[in-house]
Design a protein around this ligand. Sequence first.
Ligand SMILES: Nc1nc2c(ncn2[C@@H]2O[C@H](COP(=O)(O)OP(=O)(O)O)[C@@H](O)[C@H]2O)c(=O)[nH]1
Ligand SMILES: [Mg+2]
Length: 718
Amino acid sequence: MKVYQANQIKNIALLGSSGSGKTTLAEAMLFEGGVIGRRGDIESKSTVSDYHRVEHEYGYSVFSSVMYTEWLDKKLNFIDCPGSDDFITGAITSLNVTDTALMLLNTTQGVEVGTQNLFRYTEQYNKPVIFVANHLDHEKANFDQTIDQAKDSFGSKVVIVQYPVNVGAGFNALVDVLKMKMYQWGPDGGKPEILDIPAEEKEKADELHNLLVEAAAENDEDLMELFFDKGTLDEDQMRTGIKKGLIARDLYPVFCVSALKDMGVRRMMEFLGNIVPFVSEMPKPITKDAEEVTCSADGAPSIFVFKTSIEPHLGEVSFFKVMSGSVKEGMDLVNMTKDSKERLSQLYCVAGNTRTKITELVAGDIGATVKLKETKTNDTLNDKGCNYIFEPIHYPDHKFRTAIVPVEEHDDEKLGEALQRMHEEDPTLVVEYSKELKQIIVYGQGEFHLNTMKWRIEHNDKIDVEFERPKIPYRETITKASRADYRHKKQSGGSGQFGEVHMVIEPYEEGSEPPASYRFDGQEFKMNIRGTEEVKLPWGGKLIFHNCIVGGAIDTRFLPAILKGIMEKMEEGPLTGSYARDIRVCVYDGKMHAVDSNEISFKLAGRNAFSAAFKNAAPKILEPVYDVEVKVPSDRMGDVMSDLQGRRALIEGMSSEKGFEVIKAKVPLKEMDKYSTSLSSITGGRAHFSLKFAKYDIVPHDVQGQLLKDYEKELAEA
Ligand SMILES: Nc1nc2c(ncn2[C@@H]2O[C@H](COP(=O)(O)OP(=O)(O)O)[C@@H](O)[C@H]2O)c(=O)[nH]1
Ligand SMILES: [Mg+2]
């Protein structure tokens, strides 16, 4: 395979909702480019792109697949992305490293939720979009309706370049209003016959041609002038205009194919080769230090690893984009993130499960290597002396959590390894070993995302696992001030133990100052603060510890022991054993014994005094509350609101945004269990939401009662 230069390489993301035909189209493109000799299909599980077992099982893509094809002396790299929101990592990853999105429209379905979701991502990444109307050979295909819907959703920038002559089972021809020709295929598709537009199509073709000319002219002043002068543009001028419009996202051209029958694919590839921007024509990537990097073979060699995949017999495969310079087989690079050396012992161009060895890859190109030692997704690797570091890809926050346990306890370690591996392949699968909850919590994008993970663990790693309800990390705190004394005294055998501690505790609010005195049962307790320790608790919140001891009642050297005792209790709150937080403690008095006092005595005295005071300080359970933002289509607003109210949501605001209603609310984590699944069923998958930890809040009285009961039961059973 030849080495392609930056002005010969185009990187394209293949997007579209599930079932729109991305994987099938990729197969046809690879076939037409001569990368494969025979087209596989989804039904016989033989595509290049969907080669993982889980994809055969489910019948659609779970991973993004990096591929390439060679076409008219150009290299088209493209990444086939899964369509479902649960596997959104694929689309996000590829939008980070490609310059154009090919968005498939399933003409048997029209514009789908997935289409709109993915379109929004292209907007976010500011990438040009080309629509490809697929399934035109299907008896249920409706091209006109699909295009109407696309115009409704994405505006008048959607402009037809091709339209099908005969949609449905007999589909075999389309009219191209850029070329002003008709393309027609035999039953096997492939290379078309290029014909004059038949008389009965002429009027429609002319009309659409004029619309395309106008749309192309709009993007360039010179073209606009030419258009006003001559009333039309020639083919080259149109190409120039379309390309400008494409890059500026002012024009979304529409192409037509039957991916299954390989019709329209060659012409579409020709367009991609001619009009889609080269890497070198797109905005330059920027390093973390805000340095613009020119995509040039002469620059310092630098690559960015955007994806890791673990393949049987091969191990870890690292996919990268050459950001600058050129990299050669056998080259030594520095991993800038890990500050370690790596050797590119082999370089590959990858098309799904087929790999072709190559000796060199140049700026702008996408390739893969194997057996890197420490390199992970998002690392930058440079030649010595080059200091570029590229921003990591930002993945969406998780939307779903569950606990996972192996059925057989001895599979614990194996499960840990499998989960770690899966996280490397899919960074939106996040694993947390919660010491606090004594559970392994896995986070993902939705229930289906995690069910797929479970399938892979069971079938690929042969570990039986179960999902459990994830526990909630409750906290405990107090709501009023209280006072307690405790004397620890032991006189058995040799040396005795003695320590006595008097303390006041009260709720702590960030930044608040302690009062000069407290009053309990009509008696005043003056506080003379002589020292303060502010403990930032690892589980959130603070413990403020004041030394208010007067007259040397307790020696200063015992104070750390008292604090230690208090901390032991903070780690295991007296209500439900959860962590306690946001408490101020003033140790103001006590007693020592000249011989028997020691650290252990004061630790115990501190701990027990704190425990007693805590119980009298109107203790409450706190629960994590999340900021939830839901985007709902207006017609589902009522249902989504009432569902939220059933989840103890506190609605904080509502607004409208591009056809969506946006609800902002605070919702307890406990009530968000499986929210993504219910929201999806209420709205037919048309809503979105995001979830971010906000704060800890006191649980309502009835919830506290239930939690106390649950804890008692748990203790009794233990
Ligand atoms: N009739 C017809 N079926 C198609 C076409 N393209 C894809 N399919 C079928 O649609 C289903 C989904 O295709 P697939 O490529 O997996 O879609 P993806 O989820 O977008 O990757 C499969 O059964 C394909 O065989 C097409 O152009 N015409
Ligand atoms: Mg697919």
